[in-house]
Design a protein around this ligand. Structure first.
Ligand SMILES: NC(=O)c1ccc[n+]([C@@H]2O[C@H](COP(=O)([O-])OP(=O)(O)OC[C@H]3O[C@@H](n4cnc5c(N)ncnc54)[C@H](O)[C@@H]3O)[C@@H](O)[C@H]2O)c1
Length: 357
């Protein structure tokens, strides 16, 4: 089979188990590339705590321009190192890429791949299957604010939540477009407009406008506190969920718990027409680093999301099917209640992919 086109991917393992799971993911990508001639070209980037500690460089100068001009995607592991307690390098690298590349849509599929993994009584594969979209560039994450009388008993600290009409509208449209494209029937917007008046009001008004352009999709609204309760009580009522940066951050970790934990949750950061950034939801897990027991399945599902984005849907599905098989029949790392090592899970998934399942 001839290579249809080149697909250039920047590989940013980061720190801790980010490095471990991306080592596994690279093996998987190399195998799929070899078998299916996808034209994947992987370029390693050493952006993380090690370099930060040596050179005080997080995201090297010119990186964003280079990524935009010369790459199709970034695959990212995780950041976080006890030697950088304020996570200064993490803000520069990860928030730097999300903000600097304007990757406004953070997508996190929430799906339970096996009933035994569900923490909810009577709810499993059938009931837990939805997709969350989190606005990724605004709200409280823009580092606007400051302190007054810092360190004194009279200290005042302020973080400002930014919500723009443009920012809110584009993430809402993205969520509706996604529902339309994938045959999902309902979009639930979560906010707190009863208490957080101004930003919440903008979300509410913009949602009312955008939903008019999607008459075939049910538009639903829940206050975010109620949404958190409903994730646990009735996950089957959700199809596509959309919300702001902070609420989305919190809700989607609850979603990861519904799937069976952080070892399984994948995410994408995108802006149509631009480079995409793909990452497992979990962090660098200092408590298990070096033990060889990090679950690589979140990184494999992340690779599947990335291949779908890179116009390789068949290969994306192949990986997704292999992950499903691994969850049901493969060796399990301790986070899923097993005794397997990272390498055992990888070997199972690579074998499943090699055999075409
Ligand atoms: N996107 C990111 O880079 C990101 C996300 C979250 C946290 N962090 C950073 O990571 C560091 C650790 O944070 P944390 O402990 O709160 O969150 P974490 O996600 O690293 O770990 C939380 C718990 O889940 C477990 N876990 C996570 N991923 C796992 C996997 N693949 N397999 C098995 N177990 C897994 C860990 O062992 C730990 O017990 C901090 O520095 C934090 O700031 C980074």
């Amino acid at each position: 089979m001839a290579i249809a086109r080149r697909r250039r991917i920047a590989v940013v393992p980061g720190d801790g188990i980010g490095i471990e799971v991306l080592t596994e993911q690279k093996q998987l990508l190399a195998l799929v590339n070899e078998q299916r001639k996808l034209g994947l070209e992987l370029v390693d980037k050493d952006w993380g705590a090690e370099r930060w500690l040596k050179e005080k460089v997080g995201l090297p100068k010119g990186s964003l321009e280079d990524l935009s001009a010369n790459y199709d995607a970034v695959t990212f592991g995780a950041l976080g190192d006890p030697r950088v307690p304020d996570m200064a390098h993490g803000r520069e690298i990860l928030l730097g890429m999300r903000q600097g590349l304007d990757l406004y849509a953070n997508m996190r599929p929430i799906r339970c791949l096996d009933d035994v993994l569900s923490p909810l009584k009577g709810k499993g594969e059938k009931e837990i299957d939805f997709v969350c979209f989190r606005e990724n560039t605004e709200d409280l994450y823009v580092s606007l604010g400051g302190t007054f009388k810092e360190g004194s008993v009279d200290e005042v600290a302020q973080d400002i939540s930014i919500n723009t009409r443009k920012g809110v509208e584009r993430i809402l449209r993205y969520a509706f477009e996604y529902a339309k494209k994938t045959g999902r029937k309902k979009v639930t917007m979560t906010d707190k407009n009863n208490a957080v008046r101004f930003g919440g009001g903008l979300w509410k008004r913009t949602f009312a406008l955008v939903q008019k352009d999607f008459p075939d999709i049910e538009a639903d609204h829940l206050f975010v506190d109620v949404a958190a309760m409903e994730f646990v009580r009735q996950p089957e009522r959700f199809d596509v969920v959309v919300g702001n940066n902070l609420f989305g951050d919190i809700l989607t970790d609850l979603g990861a718990a519904l799937m069976g934990g952080l070892g399984l949750a994948a995410s994408a950061n995108v802006h149509p027409g631009r480079i995409g950034l793909f990452e497992p939801v979990h962090g660098s897990a200092p408590d298990i680093v070096g033990k060889g027991i990090a679950n690589p399945l979140a990184a494999f599902s992340t690779a599947s999301l990335m291949l779908d984005f890179l116009d390789a849907p068949l290969e994306a599905k192949l990986i997704d099917d292999a992950v499903r098989l691994a969850v049901k029949k493969g060796p399990k790392t301790p986070d899923l209640g097993g005794k397997a090592k990272t390498a055992d899970v990888t070997a199972f998934v690579l074998d499943a992919v090699s055999s075409g399942l």
